[in-house]
Design a protein around this ligand. Sequence first.
Ligand code: FMN
Length: 416
Amino acid sequence: MIEKIVSKNFDIPNSHLLDVALKNGRYSSLEKLFSMMPDEVTQEVLDSGLRGKGGGGASCGVKWQYMPKNDKRPAYLMVNGDESEPGTFKDRQIFEYDPHLLIEGIICSSYAINAHDAYIYIRGEYKFFIDRLNKAIDEAYAAKIIGKKVMNKYNHSINITVHRGGGAYICGEKSALIESIEGKRGHPRLKPHQKECEWFFGNPATVNNVETIASVPHIIKNGYKAYTKYGTKSSPGTMLFGISGLVKNPGIYELAYGNKMIDFINKVGGGMKSGKKLKAVIPGGVSCPILTADEVNKAVLDYESMWDIGSTLGTGGLIVIDESMCMVKAAKNIIEFYHHESCGQCTPCREGSGWIDKILGNLLNKKANSNDIQTILDICNTMNGKTVCVFAPALVDIISSMIKKFRHEFDAYARK
Ligand SMILES: Cc1cc2nc3c(=O)[nH]c(=O)nc-3n(C[C@H](O)[C@H](O)[C@H](O)COP(=O)(O)O)c2cc1C
Protein backbone atom coordinates (compact mmCIF):
# COMPACT_ATOMS: atom_id res chain seq x y z
CA MET A 1 0.00 0.00 0.00
CA ILE A 2 3.02 2.30 0.27
CA GLU A 3 3.78 3.94 -3.10
CA LYS A 4 6.69 6.34 -3.21
CA ILE A 5 6.57 9.28 -5.61
CA VAL A 6 7.28 12.34 -3.47
CA SER A 7 9.07 10.40 -0.72
CA LYS A 8 11.14 8.29 -3.14
CA ASN A 9 14.48 9.81 -2.08
CA PHE A 10 13.71 10.35 1.61
CA ASP A 11 15.76 7.35 2.76
CA ILE A 12 18.85 8.09 0.67
CA PRO A 13 21.67 9.41 2.88
CA ASN A 14 22.23 13.16 2.38
CA SER A 15 19.29 13.31 -0.03
CA HIS A 16 18.99 17.02 0.69
CA LEU A 17 22.36 17.86 -0.88
CA LEU A 18 22.45 18.95 -4.51
CA ASP A 19 25.00 16.39 -5.78
CA VAL A 20 23.06 13.52 -4.18
CA ALA A 21 19.77 14.96 -5.44
CA LEU A 22 21.12 15.25 -9.00
CA LYS A 23 22.37 11.64 -8.94
CA ASN A 24 18.92 10.54 -7.85
CA GLY A 25 16.84 12.13 -10.55
CA ARG A 26 16.21 15.62 -9.32
CA TYR A 27 15.80 18.24 -12.06
CA SER A 28 15.42 15.47 -14.66
CA SER A 29 11.90 16.61 -15.52
CA LEU A 30 13.14 19.94 -16.86
CA GLU A 31 14.19 18.83 -20.34
CA LYS A 32 10.67 17.59 -21.02
CA LEU A 33 9.17 20.62 -19.24
CA PHE A 34 10.82 23.10 -21.56
CA SER A 35 9.91 21.08 -24.65
CA MET A 36 6.28 21.84 -23.74
CA MET A 37 4.32 25.09 -23.89
CA PRO A 38 3.11 26.42 -20.50
CA ASP A 39 -0.52 25.57 -21.38
CA GLU A 40 0.50 22.00 -22.16
CA VAL A 41 2.12 21.75 -18.73
CA THR A 42 -1.11 22.93 -17.11
CA GLN A 43 -3.08 20.45 -19.23
CA GLU A 44 -0.81 17.58 -18.16
CA VAL A 45 -1.35 18.50 -14.50
CA LEU A 46 -5.09 18.84 -15.13
CA ASP A 47 -5.20 15.38 -16.75
CA SER A 48 -3.26 13.89 -13.85
CA GLY A 49 -6.12 14.93 -11.54
CA LEU A 50 -3.54 16.25 -9.02
CA ARG A 51 -5.45 17.57 -6.03
CA GLY A 52 -4.13 20.16 -3.61
CA LYS A 53 -2.58 18.60 -0.52
CA GLY A 54 -3.07 21.62 1.75
CA GLY A 55 -6.43 20.46 3.06
CA GLY A 56 -9.12 21.35 0.53
CA GLY A 57 -8.21 18.90 -2.24
CA ALA A 58 -8.95 21.38 -5.07
CA SER A 59 -7.76 20.47 -8.56
CA CYS A 60 -4.30 21.95 -9.07
CA GLY A 61 -4.70 22.23 -12.86
CA VAL A 62 -8.05 24.01 -12.57
CA LYS A 63 -6.52 26.47 -10.12
CA TRP A 64 -3.65 27.26 -12.47
CA GLN A 65 -6.17 27.97 -15.21
CA TYR A 66 -7.60 30.83 -13.12
CA MET A 67 -4.40 32.79 -13.69
CA PRO A 68 -5.22 35.54 -16.23
CA LYS A 69 -3.79 35.00 -19.72
CA ASN A 70 -1.77 37.59 -21.65
CA ASP A 71 -1.66 39.78 -18.59
CA LYS A 72 1.03 42.42 -18.38
CA ARG A 73 1.25 42.27 -14.60
CA PRO A 74 3.86 39.95 -13.08
CA ALA A 75 2.51 36.61 -11.83
CA TYR A 76 3.54 35.00 -8.55
CA LEU A 77 3.70 31.50 -7.15
CA MET A 78 3.18 31.20 -3.40
CA VAL A 79 4.20 27.92 -1.86
CA ASN A 80 2.41 27.26 1.40
CA GLY A 81 4.67 25.61 3.97
CA ASP A 82 3.14 27.15 7.05
CA GLU A 83 2.02 23.74 8.32
CA SER A 84 0.77 24.69 11.74
CA GLU A 85 -2.17 22.37 12.27
CA PRO A 86 -1.85 19.81 15.08
CA GLY A 87 -1.48 16.33 13.58
CA THR A 88 0.00 17.63 10.34
CA PHE A 89 3.72 17.21 9.82
CA LYS A 90 4.29 16.18 6.21
CA ASP A 91 5.64 19.23 4.36
CA ARG A 92 8.56 19.52 6.74
CA GLN A 93 9.69 16.06 5.58
CA ILE A 94 10.07 17.50 2.08
CA PHE A 95 12.03 20.46 3.44
CA GLU A 96 14.25 18.10 5.40
CA TYR A 97 14.83 15.23 3.00
CA ASP A 98 14.20 16.53 -0.51
CA PRO A 99 14.24 20.33 -0.78
CA HIS A 100 15.52 20.04 -4.36
CA LEU A 101 12.31 18.22 -5.33
CA LEU A 102 10.40 21.26 -4.12
CA ILE A 103 12.67 23.61 -6.09
CA GLU A 104 12.18 21.44 -9.20
CA GLY A 105 8.43 21.56 -8.62
CA ILE A 106 8.59 25.34 -8.31
CA ILE A 107 10.41 25.56 -11.65
CA CYS A 108 7.73 23.40 -13.34
CA SER A 109 4.79 25.20 -11.73
CA SER A 110 6.14 28.72 -12.24
CA TYR A 111 6.71 27.94 -15.93
CA ALA A 112 3.09 26.77 -16.26
CA ILE A 113 1.65 29.95 -14.74
CA ASN A 114 4.27 32.30 -16.17
CA ALA A 115 5.63 33.35 -12.78
CA HIS A 116 9.20 34.48 -12.33
CA ASP A 117 9.06 34.95 -8.58
CA ALA A 118 8.11 32.30 -6.06
CA TYR A 119 7.73 32.70 -2.33
CA ILE A 120 7.92 29.80 0.08
CA TYR A 121 6.02 30.73 3.25
CA ILE A 122 7.23 28.75 6.24
CA ARG A 123 6.41 28.90 9.90
CA GLY A 124 9.06 30.98 11.67
CA GLU A 125 9.76 28.45 14.40
CA TYR A 126 10.89 25.81 11.90
CA LYS A 127 14.48 27.04 12.00
CA PHE A 128 16.02 23.71 11.10
CA PHE A 129 13.81 23.36 8.01
CA ILE A 130 14.29 27.00 7.03
CA ASP A 131 18.07 26.62 7.18
CA ARG A 132 17.93 23.42 5.16
CA LEU A 133 15.69 24.98 2.55
CA ASN A 134 17.80 28.12 2.27
CA LYS A 135 20.93 26.02 1.86
CA ALA A 136 19.32 24.06 -0.99
CA ILE A 137 18.17 27.31 -2.64
CA ASP A 138 21.70 28.73 -2.32
CA GLU A 139 23.09 25.57 -3.91
CA ALA A 140 20.58 25.85 -6.75
CA TYR A 141 21.50 29.50 -7.38
CA ALA A 142 25.24 28.72 -7.27
CA ALA A 143 24.80 25.89 -9.79
CA LYS A 144 22.69 28.27 -11.96
CA ILE A 145 19.75 25.88 -11.73
CA ILE A 146 17.56 28.82 -10.78
CA GLY A 147 18.04 32.53 -11.41
CA LYS A 148 18.12 34.28 -14.78
CA LYS A 149 18.04 31.13 -16.91
CA VAL A 150 16.89 27.81 -15.49
CA MET A 151 19.73 25.26 -15.71
CA ASN A 152 21.75 28.07 -17.28
CA LYS A 153 20.11 27.31 -20.64
CA TYR A 154 16.32 27.42 -20.60
CA ASN A 155 14.54 30.64 -21.38
CA HIS A 156 12.75 30.96 -18.04
CA SER A 157 13.91 32.96 -15.06
CA ILE A 158 12.84 32.10 -11.54
CA ASN A 159 13.77 33.61 -8.21
CA ILE A 160 12.82 31.90 -4.99
CA THR A 161 12.43 33.71 -1.67
CA VAL A 162 11.81 32.05 1.67
CA HIS A 163 9.46 34.08 3.85
CA ARG A 164 9.36 33.23 7.53
CA GLY A 165 6.00 33.53 9.22
CA GLY A 166 5.52 34.68 12.79
CA GLY A 167 4.08 31.35 13.91
CA ALA A 168 0.36 31.85 13.41
CA TYR A 169 -1.86 29.02 12.18
CA ILE A 170 -4.12 31.48 10.37
CA CYS A 171 -1.23 32.53 8.12
CA GLY A 172 -1.58 29.15 6.41
CA GLU A 173 -4.93 30.34 5.05
CA LYS A 174 -4.04 31.38 1.53
CA SER A 175 -5.19 35.00 1.58
CA ALA A 176 -3.85 35.59 5.11
CA LEU A 177 -0.55 34.19 3.86
CA ILE A 178 -0.46 36.79 1.10
CA GLU A 179 -1.41 39.59 3.50
CA SER A 180 1.45 38.45 5.71
CA ILE A 181 3.99 38.46 2.87
CA GLU A 182 2.71 41.91 1.91
CA GLY A 183 3.84 43.00 5.38
CA LYS A 184 0.43 43.24 6.96
CA ARG A 185 -1.29 41.41 9.79
CA GLY A 186 -2.23 37.89 8.63
CA HIS A 187 -5.98 38.35 8.33
CA PRO A 188 -7.89 36.32 5.72
CA ARG A 189 -9.51 38.33 2.95
CA LEU A 190 -13.09 38.25 1.77
CA LYS A 191 -13.15 36.11 -1.36
CA PRO A 192 -15.16 37.63 -4.20
CA HIS A 193 -15.83 34.24 -5.76
CA GLN A 194 -14.12 30.89 -6.00
CA LYS A 195 -13.16 30.98 -9.68
CA GLU A 196 -10.45 33.54 -9.36
CA CYS A 197 -6.75 33.50 -8.63
CA GLU A 198 -5.29 35.20 -5.55
CA TRP A 199 -3.82 38.70 -5.67
CA PHE A 200 -0.41 39.77 -4.41
CA PHE A 201 0.02 43.57 -4.33
CA GLY A 202 -2.68 43.60 -7.03
CA ASN A 203 -0.88 41.06 -9.19
CA PRO A 204 -2.16 37.56 -10.02
CA ALA A 205 -0.91 34.80 -7.74
CA THR A 206 -1.45 31.11 -7.15
CA VAL A 207 -1.11 29.56 -3.70
CA ASN A 208 -0.25 25.87 -3.56
CA ASN A 209 0.81 23.56 -0.79
CA VAL A 210 4.44 22.31 -0.63
CA GLU A 211 3.48 18.69 -1.32
CA THR A 212 1.25 19.69 -4.25
CA ILE A 213 4.17 21.47 -5.90
CA ALA A 214 6.54 18.59 -5.08
CA SER A 215 4.18 16.20 -6.88
CA VAL A 216 4.43 18.07 -10.20
CA PRO A 217 7.88 16.92 -11.51
CA HIS A 218 6.84 13.24 -11.56
CA ILE A 219 3.76 14.11 -13.62
CA ILE A 220 5.72 16.22 -16.10
CA LYS A 221 8.59 13.78 -16.50
CA ASN A 222 6.49 10.62 -16.80
CA GLY A 223 3.19 11.93 -18.11
CA TYR A 224 -0.16 12.13 -16.36
CA LYS A 225 -0.83 8.39 -16.67
CA ALA A 226 2.15 7.67 -14.42
CA TYR A 227 0.16 9.48 -11.72
CA THR A 228 -3.37 8.29 -12.45
CA LYS A 229 -2.26 4.66 -12.27
CA TYR A 230 -2.24 5.16 -8.48
CA GLY A 231 -5.23 6.01 -6.35
CA THR A 232 -8.87 6.19 -7.37
CA LYS A 233 -10.65 7.76 -10.33
CA SER A 234 -11.62 10.94 -8.49
CA SER A 235 -8.60 11.04 -6.16
CA PRO A 236 -5.69 9.91 -8.33
CA GLY A 237 -2.12 9.57 -7.16
CA THR A 238 -0.59 9.47 -3.73
CA MET A 239 -0.42 11.54 -0.57
CA LEU A 240 1.97 11.82 2.35
CA PHE A 241 -0.35 10.49 5.05
CA GLY A 242 0.56 11.13 8.65
CA ILE A 243 -0.29 8.98 11.61
CA SER A 244 0.15 10.13 15.19
CA GLY A 245 -1.38 9.51 18.58
CA LEU A 246 -1.60 6.14 20.26
CA VAL A 247 -0.16 3.86 17.56
CA LYS A 248 3.05 1.84 17.54
CA ASN A 249 4.66 3.42 14.45
CA PRO A 250 3.74 7.09 14.18
CA GLY A 251 5.17 8.90 11.16
CA ILE A 252 4.67 9.98 7.58
CA TYR A 253 3.99 7.37 4.90
CA GLU A 254 3.19 7.90 1.25
CA LEU A 255 0.15 5.89 0.21
CA ALA A 256 -2.00 5.78 -2.87
CA TYR A 257 -5.47 7.21 -2.26
CA GLY A 258 -8.17 4.60 -1.83
CA ASN A 259 -6.68 2.46 0.93
CA LYS A 260 -8.78 1.52 3.92
CA MET A 261 -8.09 3.70 6.96
CA ILE A 262 -8.07 0.71 9.28
CA ASP A 263 -5.40 -1.00 7.15
CA PHE A 264 -3.25 2.11 7.36
CA ILE A 265 -3.60 2.13 11.15
CA ASN A 266 -2.91 -1.57 11.61
CA LYS A 267 -0.55 -2.52 8.80
CA VAL A 268 1.51 0.66 8.53
CA GLY A 269 0.91 2.37 11.86
CA GLY A 270 1.50 -0.93 13.65
CA GLY A 271 -1.87 -0.91 15.45
CA MET A 272 -2.62 0.45 18.89
CA LYS A 273 0.42 1.15 21.04
CA SER A 274 -0.93 -0.04 24.34
CA GLY A 275 -2.91 -2.98 23.04
CA LYS A 276 -6.02 -1.02 24.04
CA LYS A 277 -9.05 -0.71 21.79
CA LEU A 278 -9.31 1.92 19.09
CA LYS A 279 -11.84 4.53 20.10
CA ALA A 280 -11.75 7.23 17.44
CA VAL A 281 -9.69 8.95 14.76
CA ILE A 282 -9.46 12.61 13.90
CA PRO A 283 -8.54 12.47 10.22
CA GLY A 284 -6.58 15.18 8.43
CA GLY A 285 -5.41 17.39 11.26
CA VAL A 286 -7.75 18.78 13.90
CA SER A 287 -10.05 20.56 11.45
CA CYS A 288 -12.06 17.48 10.39
CA PRO A 289 -15.07 15.85 12.07
CA ILE A 290 -14.01 12.97 14.34
CA LEU A 291 -14.75 9.36 13.35
CA THR A 292 -15.87 6.67 15.79
CA ALA A 293 -14.20 3.24 15.67
CA ASP A 294 -17.15 1.88 13.64
CA GLU A 295 -16.76 4.69 11.13
CA VAL A 296 -12.99 4.13 10.97
CA ASN A 297 -13.65 0.52 9.97
CA LYS A 298 -15.63 1.76 6.96
CA ALA A 299 -13.45 4.75 6.07
CA VAL A 300 -11.46 4.88 2.82
CA LEU A 301 -8.61 7.33 2.37
CA ASP A 302 -9.83 9.45 -0.52
CA TYR A 303 -11.73 12.73 -0.67
CA GLU A 304 -15.13 11.51 -1.85
CA SER A 305 -15.26 8.51 0.50
CA MET A 306 -14.46 10.72 3.46
CA TRP A 307 -17.13 13.26 2.48
CA ASP A 308 -19.61 10.38 2.11
CA ILE A 309 -19.14 9.45 5.76
CA GLY A 310 -19.48 13.04 6.92
CA SER A 311 -15.83 13.94 7.43
CA THR A 312 -12.95 15.14 5.25
CA LEU A 313 -9.48 13.97 4.37
CA GLY A 314 -7.93 17.36 5.16
CA THR A 315 -4.16 17.20 5.21
CA GLY A 316 -4.15 13.41 5.60
CA GLY A 317 -2.75 13.54 9.14
CA LEU A 318 -4.60 10.98 11.25
CA ILE A 319 -4.70 11.37 15.04
CA VAL A 320 -5.48 7.98 16.55
CA ILE A 321 -7.26 7.83 19.91
CA ASP A 322 -7.68 4.76 22.12
CA GLU A 323 -10.27 3.92 24.76
CA SER A 324 -8.14 5.38 27.57
CA MET A 325 -8.49 8.92 26.25
CA CYS A 326 -11.12 11.29 27.63
CA MET A 327 -13.00 13.07 24.85
CA VAL A 328 -13.79 16.10 27.00
CA LYS A 329 -10.11 16.64 27.77
CA ALA A 330 -9.27 16.11 24.09
CA ALA A 331 -11.94 18.64 23.06
CA LYS A 332 -10.60 21.15 25.62
CA ASN A 333 -7.10 20.68 24.26
CA ILE A 334 -8.29 21.32 20.70
CA ILE A 335 -10.42 24.36 21.56
CA GLU A 336 -7.51 25.93 23.44
CA PHE A 337 -5.57 25.76 20.19
CA TYR A 338 -8.40 27.33 18.17
CA HIS A 339 -9.08 30.00 20.80
CA HIS A 340 -5.41 30.95 20.85
CA GLU A 341 -5.10 30.93 17.04
CA SER A 342 -8.31 32.76 16.07
CA CYS A 343 -7.11 35.93 14.33
CA GLY A 344 -9.93 37.88 15.93
CA GLN A 345 -11.11 39.55 12.76
CA CYS A 346 -14.62 38.02 12.83
CA THR A 347 -16.63 38.41 16.02
CA PRO A 348 -18.36 34.98 15.91
CA CYS A 349 -14.98 33.22 15.71
CA ARG A 350 -13.12 35.43 18.17
CA GLU A 351 -15.85 35.34 20.81
CA GLY A 352 -17.21 31.88 20.05
CA SER A 353 -13.87 30.07 20.33
CA GLY A 354 -13.21 31.72 23.70
CA TRP A 355 -16.72 31.02 24.98
CA ILE A 356 -16.52 27.32 24.08
CA ASP A 357 -13.07 27.12 25.67
CA LYS A 358 -14.49 28.62 28.88
CA ILE A 359 -17.48 26.26 28.99
CA LEU A 360 -15.35 23.17 28.39
CA GLY A 361 -13.02 24.34 31.17
CA ASN A 362 -16.02 24.72 33.48
CA LEU A 363 -17.27 21.29 32.46
CA LEU A 364 -13.96 19.67 33.35
CA ASN A 365 -14.09 21.44 36.72
CA LYS A 366 -17.66 20.19 37.27
CA LYS A 367 -18.93 23.75 37.12
CA ALA A 368 -21.17 23.34 34.06
CA ASN A 369 -24.43 21.49 33.49
CA SER A 370 -26.01 19.83 30.47
CA ASN A 371 -27.61 23.11 29.33
CA ASP A 372 -24.09 24.45 28.96
CA ILE A 373 -23.22 21.54 26.66
CA GLN A 374 -26.20 22.52 24.55
CA THR A 375 -24.92 26.11 24.61
CA ILE A 376 -21.69 24.93 22.98
CA LEU A 377 -23.70 23.38 20.13
CA ASP A 378 -25.73 26.60 19.82
CA ILE A 379 -22.55 28.68 19.65
CA CYS A 380 -21.28 26.30 16.95
CA ASN A 381 -24.47 26.89 14.94
CA THR A 382 -24.08 30.63 15.34
CA MET A 383 -20.47 30.61 14.18
CA ASN A 384 -20.88 28.40 11.15
CA GLY A 385 -20.93 30.20 7.82
CA LYS A 386 -20.69 33.65 9.36
CA THR A 387 -16.98 34.29 9.11
CA VAL A 388 -14.52 35.38 6.43
CA CYS A 389 -12.57 32.11 6.32
CA VAL A 390 -13.10 28.44 7.15
CA PHE A 391 -11.21 28.53 10.46
CA ALA A 392 -14.51 28.79 12.38
CA PRO A 393 -16.33 26.07 10.39
CA ALA A 394 -13.32 23.79 10.98
CA LEU A 395 -13.48 24.40 14.73
CA VAL A 396 -17.23 23.79 14.66
CA ASP A 397 -16.77 20.54 12.72
CA ILE A 398 -14.40 18.97 15.21
CA ILE A 399 -15.95 20.22 18.46
CA SER A 400 -19.59 19.57 17.55
CA SER A 401 -18.77 16.12 16.13
CA MET A 402 -16.95 15.20 19.36
CA ILE A 403 -19.95 16.27 21.44
CA LYS A 404 -22.52 14.60 19.19
CA LYS A 405 -20.65 11.29 18.88
CA PHE A 406 -19.41 11.07 22.48
CA ARG A 407 -22.18 12.97 24.26
CA HIS A 408 -22.28 10.54 27.19
CA GLU A 409 -18.70 11.50 28.12
CA PHE A 410 -19.59 15.19 28.19
CA ASP A 411 -22.79 14.47 30.14
CA ALA A 412 -20.77 12.53 32.72
CA TYR A 413 -18.93 15.74 33.65
CA ALA A 414 -22.11 17.82 33.86
CA ARG A 415 -23.16 19.10 37.27
CA LYS A 416 -26.55 17.72 38.21
C1 FMN B 1 -6.76 28.28 9.13
C2 FMN B 1 -6.18 27.65 7.89
C3 FMN B 1 -4.86 27.22 7.89
C4 FMN B 1 -4.31 26.66 6.73
N1 FMN B 1 -3.01 26.23 6.77
C5 FMN B 1 -2.46 25.71 5.65
C6 FMN B 1 -1.09 25.30 5.65
O1 FMN B 1 -0.37 25.39 6.63
N2 FMN B 1 -0.59 24.79 4.49
C7 FMN B 1 -1.36 24.68 3.34
O2 FMN B 1 -0.85 24.26 2.30
N3 FMN B 1 -2.65 25.05 3.32
C8 FMN B 1 -3.21 25.56 4.44
N4 FMN B 1 -4.52 25.99 4.40
C9 FMN B 1 -5.24 25.90 3.12
C10 FMN B 1 -4.90 27.09 2.23
O3 FMN B 1 -5.83 28.14 2.48
C11 FMN B 1 -4.96 26.74 0.72
O4 FMN B 1 -6.19 26.16 0.45
C12 FMN B 1 -3.84 25.82 0.27
O5 FMN B 1 -2.57 26.30 0.61
C13 FMN B 1 -3.93 25.66 -1.24
O6 FMN B 1 -2.97 24.77 -1.71
P1 FMN B 1 -3.37 23.41 -2.42
O7 FMN B 1 -4.49 23.74 -3.39
O8 FMN B 1 -2.13 22.98 -3.10
O9 FMN B 1 -3.84 22.49 -1.35
C14 FMN B 1 -5.10 26.54 5.56
C15 FMN B 1 -6.43 26.97 5.56
C16 FMN B 1 -6.97 27.52 6.73
C17 FMN B 1 -8.39 27.98 6.71
